[in-house]
Design a protein around this ligand. Structure first.
Ligand SMILES: *Cc1c(COP(=O)(O)O)cnc(C)c1O
Length: 459
């Protein structure tokens, strides 16, 4: 039986799918917190190149992928679609399970799908250096891979605690020529102020964002780059779903369920949005259930509120309408670093509010149980983030067994876990706590946010 569907390189998508014109209602605008007015494209051009800003608000249904970007994609794209028949056998399920494997990219995840596009547009507009932040290092390494190929410089502000505890991703970034700065650093005003008060501050994603933005706006020919949440990032990721549609045709099958893990929402949207387009256009042979999977430690879609909030802890970003746990939410130190975010992409949040997309949350112990089950059945070692999707798929497949129901499940295996073996070691030694974010804390944080929004005149 053929179980690995790789399409011909010439079928690599030529266009990204933009969901903005196809949403059930127009996306609420991002707001400038100082003026309460919608953010103007010119405001964004201080930190992003013009073409990225244009894509962020574009209402064109499709955007052509530049040939230079497709050429780089072809290093690892199209990625395989795999029928997980060994996992089906282990679970004794009548369900048919497929996964799209994004771990074959050189940095090992879906993130270069947008990093390559962003590096290209910056280069084309004369930018010489990019800045960004990274937590565990997945985004930083994806952008380092991309800037290296296009001959741009890159400065990555990496949360100091991760820099010290997880050295391998920093080494990857350096190998691809990036400068990695443990944050807080003395390179920026923000960083120096923090270090003066608190020389041993371990850093946070919020601080690293502040440093990266300050560096970009205070230097010539320098821009900033972000790896999830924003509309253009999710659009770049749709190559995943567009390929998967063609590959499901080769398999002569179609999913009842499309599943993915959600940090900011980019890998899940990348797989799911093109299937949403088919359903919306009445071109799908059946209806599809879309399931976003989160950690119980950061359950923004599952336990958060749909309201305006800042994208970062330091309140530097515009206010965006999304499901949020409150920007002062401090994520427990779970191993799925890429899922430790207080909010979720605005388009994904809107689809969840309309009941078109659904979400579930799992704790990291049950997630690692599923990760090891999958590794023993299929061979691939999943990233802890991707393993959240696997846990949901295992539950759906077991439910299918109980109901003796044929169902087709497609999920995104967003990355491999070969640089996350310390997390597996903690799991085997019973050192992983099953964190659950307490509902009271969400309520407190949301109340603080409501009071703050009222004080600046935003309902
Ligand atoms: C960063 C990351 C995620 C989470 O980010 P999204 O924007 O939600 O996709 C998931 N999986 C992997 C492997 C990652 O590196």
């Amino acid at each position: 039986m053929v179980k690995k569907y790789i399409i011909d390189e010439t079928l690599l998508p030529t266009r990204w799918y933009n969901i903005l014109p196809d949403l059930p209602e127009p996306l609420p605008p991002s707001l400038n917190p100082a003026t309460e007015e919608p953010v103007k494209p010119q405001d964004l051009e201080a930190i992003f190149p013009k073409e990225i800003v244009r894509q962020e608000v574009s209402l064109d249904r499709f955007v052509t992928i530049p040939e230079e970007v497709r050429e780089v994609y072809s290093i690892w794209r199209p990625t395989p679609l795999v029928r997980a028949s060994r996992l089906e056998r282990v679970l004794k399920t009548p369900a048919r399970i497929y996964f799209k494997y994004e771990g074959v990219s050189p940095p090992g995840s879906h993130k270069p799908n947008t990093a390559v596009a962003q590096a290209y547009y910056n280069l084309r507009e004369g930018v010489q250096r990019l800045t960004t932040e990274t937590g565990a290092g997945q985004w930083g390494s994806a952008l380092a891979f991309a800037t290296n190929l296009f001959g741009l410089k890159l400065t990555v502000y990496m949360v100091k605690a991760s820099y010290q505890q997880k050295p391998y991703r920093a080494i990857l970034m350096k190998t691809w020529g990036a400068e990695v700065v443990p944050s807080p650093s003395n390179r920026t005003r923000v960083g120096r102020e923090i270090l003066e008060r608190e020389p041993d501050n371990p850093g946070s994603l919020g601080i690293a964002i502040s440093e990266a933005i300050e560096d970009a706006v205070t230097h010539e020919h320098t821009k900033y780059s972000l790896g999830s949440v924003l509309n253009h990032v999710l659009m770049h990721q749709t190559v995943i779903g567009l390929e998967a549609i063609e590959q499901m045709k080769l398999a002569d099958d179609f999913p009842d369920y499309v599943v993915g893990c959600v940090g900011g929402g980019s890998n899940f949207a990348g797989l799911a949005y093109p299937f949403y387009m088919l359903v919306r256009d009445r071109k799908a042979p059946k209806n599809v259930k879309f399931i976003a999977v989160e950690p119980t430690a950061a359950p923004s879609l599952t336990k958060g509120e749909y309201m305006y909030d800042y994208g970062d802890t330091a309140r530097l970003t515009p206010l965006i309408k999304m499901y949020t746990l409150g920007h002062d939410y401090i994520p427990p130190p779970i191993h799925a670093g890429g899922l430790r975010y207080h909010g979720a992409a605005p388009t994904l949040s809107l689809l969840k509010k309309h009941g078109i997309f659904d979400s579930v949350a799992y704790d990291q112990v049950s997630v690692f149980n599923a990760a090891v089950l999958f590794a023993q059945a299929e061979g691939f070692i999943p990233a802890p983030e991707s393993a959240h999707a696997i846990k949901a798929v295992v539950d759906l497949a077991l439910e299918a067994r109980e109901k003796n129901e044929e169902r087709v499940i497609l999920f995104n295996l967003s990355g491999h876990g070969l640089l996350d073996l310390a997390a597996y070691a903690d799991y085997f030694e019973g050192r992983l706590p099953a964190y659950e974010y307490p509902k009271e804390k969400v309520v407190e944080s949301i109340e603080r946010l409501r009071a703050h929004l009222a004080s600046i005149g935003i309902a």
